[in-house]
Design a protein around this ligand. Structure first.
Ligand code: FAD
Length: 374
C-alpha cells in the first residue's frame, strides 16, 4: 500500500461508515473507507430493511427526534441516490399489520394505535382491525387471530443495495475504498497520525471509527471505552407458493418483511453469541414455526436463504456518535442496534457535520462517546 495522505480515514464500510463518507465527500473532504471485506458485507447488508421511526427499543426518548430526522433523510436519499448511482434499493413508504394471536399481545396493538395516531409529524396513522378486517387484508393470516392494527407511514428498503448505493455515491464525491483490516494506530501528541493496516499505513488528518460491533478492537489503541457488543440475528427468507405480502406482518413473536421480489423475510432471532455467525437449525426451526403459526400457508413455502449478522448494541441502547474523549482528531459512529439502517443517515450526517464544522443540526442527545468515559 502506498503512503497516501487522506483527510479522514473511516474504519468500516457499513451503513454508518459509507454514509459518513458520502456526507463528508459532499463537503469536499477527502475520505478513505478502510473495509476488511466489502461494502455492506456485515449487518448493513443482511438486515430486514424496516424503517419504523416511531417504535423500538428505547423509544420514544431520547431517540425519537433523531429517528424522525433520519427517516426524512432516508426519503431525500431514496429520491436521489438511485438516480446518481444506478442502484435501486427500493426505498419506499410502507405499512405494517400487527396481529394479536393471544390476549397478551393486545396491549401492544393498542400502543401502536396510539403511537401512530399521535405521531409528532404528519404522514402516520393507524386503524384497529377486527379479525375479519385482518383476514380481508391478508386472507392467509391464521383464522385464530384475535384482532389487529394496520399502521401506515413507516418505510422499507433493501439493506445491501442501500449500503452499496451509499458506497458508490461516496466514491462519486471523491471517496476511495481500500480493502484491508485496521490493526492499530500510529499516535503522536494526542492525535492519530495514521491507521496501521495489515498492509501498511494510511496517514490521516482525522479518524472515524465505524466498525460496528468490532469497535471495541480500538479500545486498547486509544485507551478509551467504546462499549458496543454484538447481538446476533438470524433471518429466514421464505418463498411462498403464492404472491408475496403487501404489508409488513407481525404477531405471535414473528416478524415478516415483504420484499419487492415476492420473498418474505422472517425473523429475526436475538442471540448473545459473541461474534459467532453460524446458521443454526434451532433458529431456522423456531423462526419458521412462529411464521407458520401466524400464516399457516407458509408450511408450503421454500426456505430461499438463511442468514446471520450482528447488531452493534451499547449498554444503554443509544448510538455512540461524536468525538472520542481525549483525542483531538478521532471520532466514533456506531451502536445503531436494531435500528442502524433507520438511524444510519442521521448518525452519519451528524458525525460528518461534527468532523467538518464541530457541530451538527442532527439531534444526537444521549449519544456522546464521553458518557462511557467519565
Ligand atoms: C437480523 C438483523 C435485522 C436487522 N433489521 C433492521 C431493520 O429492519 N431496520 C434497521 O434500521 N436496522 C436493522 N438492523 C440493524 C442494522 O443492520 C445495524 O444496526 C447496522 O447495519 C449497523 O451498521 P454499521 O455500519 O454500524 O455496522 P456494520 O454493518 O457491522 O459495518 C461495520 C463494518 O466494519 C468492518 N470492520 C470491522 N472491523 C474492521 C477493521 N478492523 N478494519 C476494517 N474494517 C472493519 C466490517 O467488515 C463491517 O463491514 C438489523 C440487524 C440484524 C442483525
Amino acid at each position: 500500500m502506498t503512503n497516501r495522505a487522506t483527510d479522514v480515514v473511516i474504519i468500516g464500510g457499513g451503513a454508518a461508515g459509507a454514509g459518513a463518507a458520502y456526507y463528508l465527500g459532499q463537503r469536499g473532504i477527502k475520505v478513505t473507507i478502510l473495509e476488511r471485506e466489502s461494502i455492506g458485507s456485515k449487518a448493513s447488508g443482511f438486515n430486514a430493511g424496516g424503517l419504523n421511526p416511531l417504535e423500538g427499543h428505547g423509544w420514544p426518548e431520547p431517540l425519537q427526534p433523531m429517528a424522525l430526522q433520519s427517516f426524512n433523510l432516508h426519503q431525500d436519499l431514496w429520491g436521489s441516490l438511485p438516480g446518481k448511482t444506478g442502484i435501486d434499493y427500493h426505498g419506499r413508504l410502507s405499512s405494517i399489520i400487527k396481529v394479536a394471536l393471544d390476549e397478551n399481545e393486545l396491549p401492544e396493538l393498542r400502543e401502536t394505535l396510539q403511537i401512530f395516531n399521535n405521531a409528532p409529524e404528519p404522514g402516520f396513522s393507524a386503524e384497529w382491525l377486527e379479525r375479519e378486517d385482518v383476514l380481508a387484508l391478508e386472507p392467509r393470516v391464521t383464522p385464530h387471530a384475535l384482532a389487529g392494527v394496520r399502521a401506515v407511514g413507516n418505510g422499507a428498503l433493501d439493506g445491501l443495495e442501500f449500503t452499496e448505493a451509499l458506497g458508490v455515491a461516496a466514491q462519486q464525491v471523491g471517496a476511495e475504498v481500500v480493502t484491508g483490516t485496521a490493526v492499530g494506530l500510529r499516535l503522536g501528541n494526542g492525535r492519530v497520525e495514521a491507521v496501521v493496516t495489515d498492509d501498511g499505513e494510511i496517514p490521516c488528518g482525522a479518524l472515524l471509527i465505524a466498525a460496528g460491533p468490532w469497535c471495541r478492537n480500538a479500545e486498547p489503541w486509544l485507551d478509551i471505552a467504546i462499549p458496543v457488543d454484538p447481538l446476533k440475528g438470524q433471518i429466514i427468507r421464505m418463498k411462498p407458493d403464492g404472491p408475496g405480502l403487501d404489508h409488513e406482518l407481525t404477531g405471535g413473536g414473528s416478524s415478516m418483511y415483504n420484499k419487492p421480489d415476492g420473498l418474505i423475510w422472517c425473523g429475526a432471532t436475538e442471540e448473545e453469541a459473541g461474534f459467532d455467525l453460524s446458521l443454526t437449525d434451532e433458529a431456522r426451526e423456531s423462526v419458521t414455526a412462529k411464521a407458520m403459526r401466524l400464516m399457516p400457508s407458509l408450511t408450503n413455502a421454500e426456505v430461499a436463504l438463511h442468514t446471520a449478522c450482528l447488531r452493534p448494541v451499547t449498554p444503554d441502547w443509544l448510538p455512540i456518535v461524536g468525538q472520542a474523549p481525549g483525542w483531538e482528531n478521532v471520532y466514533i459512529c456506531t451502536g445503531g442496534q436494531k435500528k442502524g439502517i433507520l438511524l444510519g443517515p442521521a448518525m452519519s450526517k451528524g458525525i460528518a457535520e461534527i468532523i467538518a464544522d464541530g457541530e451538527t443540526g442532527i439531534s444526537l442527545d444521549g449519544c456522546d462517546p464521553a458518557r462511557f468515559n467519565s
